[in-house]
Design a binder for this molecule. Structure first.
Ligand code: GUN
Ligand code: FE
Length: 429
C-alpha cells in the first residue's frame, strides 16, 4: 500500500512533562512530517528528509496547523450522550434523576446502537480517536459500542457497567450475572481488532460486596483486562460509602478488599483522597483519571493534579460525558487549566496536550500503541488549526511562541479547530 506523508508542525514527546520539565519532554517541529503506512506511523522526522526519502508518497501539507496524536478520553459514559448538560443536581440526585432513566432507555438494543454511533461520531468530530467508556448493565450496550468502534476502525476500551444495588429495577444485575456476562463479553471482544475490555463495577454504592468480590475473581482470571471504576468523587458519596462499608479503612479499601486494586486499575475522579489511599494507589501502579468539566459541573471538587503527579501516579484526562459538560478534549484541557489555577498550580499547554494524548493512553496501558507520534504507533492523528476563529486568530497573531498559540486554541477552541482526523491511517471526511 501507498505511503502517506503529513507535513506541518508536529508535536513530539520524549518523556512525561508532569514529572520532568515540560521543555525537556515535549517539543514542536515546525517543519515536521509524519509518514503513514498500513495504518501505522512508519517514520517521524523533518519534512525535507521525508520528502526526499519517499518521493512517491501521497502528501498532505497542513502548513501552520499542528499535527497531534488523536485525543484519548480516558473515562466516559456513552449511554449518557443524550442527557449531557442536565440542570441542577449533584452526584447521587443527578444519577437518579437523569442518568438511570436514560440508561434504562438503552434497554432497547436499537436505541443503544443509535446512541453508540452518534456518540463516536460526536467525539471524532472533536478530535477524539479513542475512548474508555462505561456502558449500561445490558450486555447488548457493550456490543453496541464495540461494534460502532469497529465500524469506524477505532481503538476502544469498554466494559459492562455492573450494578446490583441502589439502582432501579431494570438496571440491576447480580453478582453472578455480572461475572458471567462480563466474562462472555471479554471472550467476545477483548483483543479483537482494536478493542480491549475493562471490567467495570460502576462504584461501591451500586455494587454489593458480593459483586465486587465476583468481579475481583474475574479480574484475577483475566489480569490482562483493565478494571475501571469511580473513586472519591463527591463528599456525600464518600459518606454513603462509609455507611455502606463501616469496616473499611476508606473508600479505596472497599475495592482493595475484593482484589480490585492493581496496576491495571483505572480510578475516575479521585478528588477527596485520604493519605492512605494515595499511598496505596501510588504503590500499586494504578491510574487516576481527571475529569475536570464533570468535577465542576456536578460540583465535586478540585482535583490535586500537582500532588498526585508528584507521587508518579499515572494520570489521564477525560470528559466523563455526560457528567462532564462537553464532548471536547480541548474544552476538557481548558477546564484542567482552570482547576490548576484555582489550586495555584497552572498547567502549561505542553502538559495539557500531553495529558489528553500520551497521558491518557498511559493511564489505559495503551501507551505503546496510541497517544504519540512515533514509529510503530497506530496512525490516529488529530490536526489542529491554530487560528480557527477570528478571536483565536487575533490572539494567535499576538502570540510570542507556538505554545502561546496552542494555549489560545486550548482555551477558546471548539470543533472548528479540528481540521482533520485520521483513524488507523485513514482520513475521516
Ligand atoms: N459515579 C457513579 N456513576 C457515575 C456516573 O455515571 N457519572 C459520574 N460522574 N460519577 C458516577
Ligand atoms: Fe464517570
Amino acid at each position: 500500500t501507498q505511503h502517506m506523508l503529513l507535513l506541518g508542525h508536529t508535536l513530539l514527546f520524549s518523556g512525561n512533562p508532569l514529572s520532568q520539565n515540560w521543555e525537556d519532554t515535549v517539543s514542536i517541529d515546525s517543519t515536521g512530517g509524519v509518514l503513514i503506512k498500513d495504518g501505522h506511523i512508519a517514520e517521524v522526522g523533518s519534512a525535507d528528509a521525508l520528502r526526499k526519502a519517499y518521493p512517491t508518497a501521497q502528501i498532505t501539507d497542513y502548513g501552520d496547523a499542528l499535527i497531534c496524536p488523536g485525543f484519548v478520553d480516558a473515562h466516559a459514559h456513552y449511554p449518557q450522550t443524550a442527557i449531557i448538560a442536565s440542570w441542577g443536581k449533584r452526584l447521587i440526585d443527578w444519577l437518579n434523576r437523569y442518568t438511570f432513566p436514560e440508561e434504562m432507555r438503552l434497554s432497547d438494543p436499537d436505541y443503544a446502537r443509535e446512541i453508540a454511533g452518534r456518540y463516536l461520531d460526536l467525539t471524532l468530530a472533536h478530535g477524539t480517536t479513542t475512548v474508555s467508556s462505561y456502558t449500561t448493565i445490558a450486555p447488548h450496550s457493550v456490543d453496541a459500542i464495540f461494534d460502532a468502534a469497529a465500524t469506524r476502525g477505532q481503538r476502544i476500551v469498554a466494559g459492562k457497567t455492573c450494578m446490583d444495588r441502589n439502582a432501579p429495577e431494570g438496571l440491576r444485575d447480580t453478582a453472578q450475572s455480572a461475572y458471567d456476562d462480563s466474562k462472555a463479553l471479554i471472550d467476545r471482544w477483548h483483543g479483537k481488532g482494536r478493542a480491549s475490555y475493562a471490567i467495570t463495577p460502576r462504584f461501591t454504592p451500586t455494587s454489593s460486596p458480593e459483586q465486587l468480590a465476583a468481579l475481583g475473581t474475574l479480574w484475577s482470571e483475566r489480569p490482562d483486562c483493565l478494571m475501571q471504576t469511580h473513586l472519591s468523587e463527591q463528599v456525600d458519596e464518600i459518606a454513603w460509602v462509609r455507611d455502606l462499608a463501616p469496616h473499611a479503612r476508606d473508600y479505596l479499601d472497599t475495592y482493595e478488599e475484593h482484589g480490585l486494586l492493581g496496576d491495571r486499575a483505572v480510578f475516575g475522579h479521585a478528588i477527596h483522597l485520604e493519605p492512605r489511599e494515595i499511598d496505596q494507589i501510588a504503590g500499586s501502579g494504578a491510574s487516576i483519571v481527571h475529569c475536570p468539566t464533570s468535577n465542576t459541573f456536578i460540583g465535586s471538587g478540585l482535583f490535586d493534579m500537582a500532588g498526585l503527579a508528584a507521587r508518579y501516579i499515572p494520570i489521564g484526562l477525560a470528559t466523563d460525558t455526560g457528567g462532564g459538560s462537553s464532548f471536547s478534549m480541548l474544552r476538557t484541557m481548558a477546564a484542567a487549566y482552570e482547576i490548576g489555577q484555582l489550586r495555584g498550580t497552572p498547567l502549561h499547554a505542553a502538559q495539557l496536550i500531553w495529558l489528553a494524548t500520551a497521558g491518557s493512553a498511559r493511564s489505559l496501558h495503551l501507551h505503546d500503541k496510541i497517544g504519540s507520534l512515533a514509529p510503530g504507533f497506530e496512525a490516529d492523528i488529530t490536526v489542529l488549526d491554530l487560528s480557527s476563529t477570528p478571536a483565536i486568530a487575533q490572539r494567535a497573531n499576538n502570540a510570542e511562541t507556538i505554545w502561546d498559540q496552542l494555549f489560545a486554541t486550548i482555551m477558546m477552541g471548539d470543533d472548528r479547530a479540528i481540521q482533520d482526523v485520521w483513524v488507523g491511517g485513514k482520513k475521516r471526511t
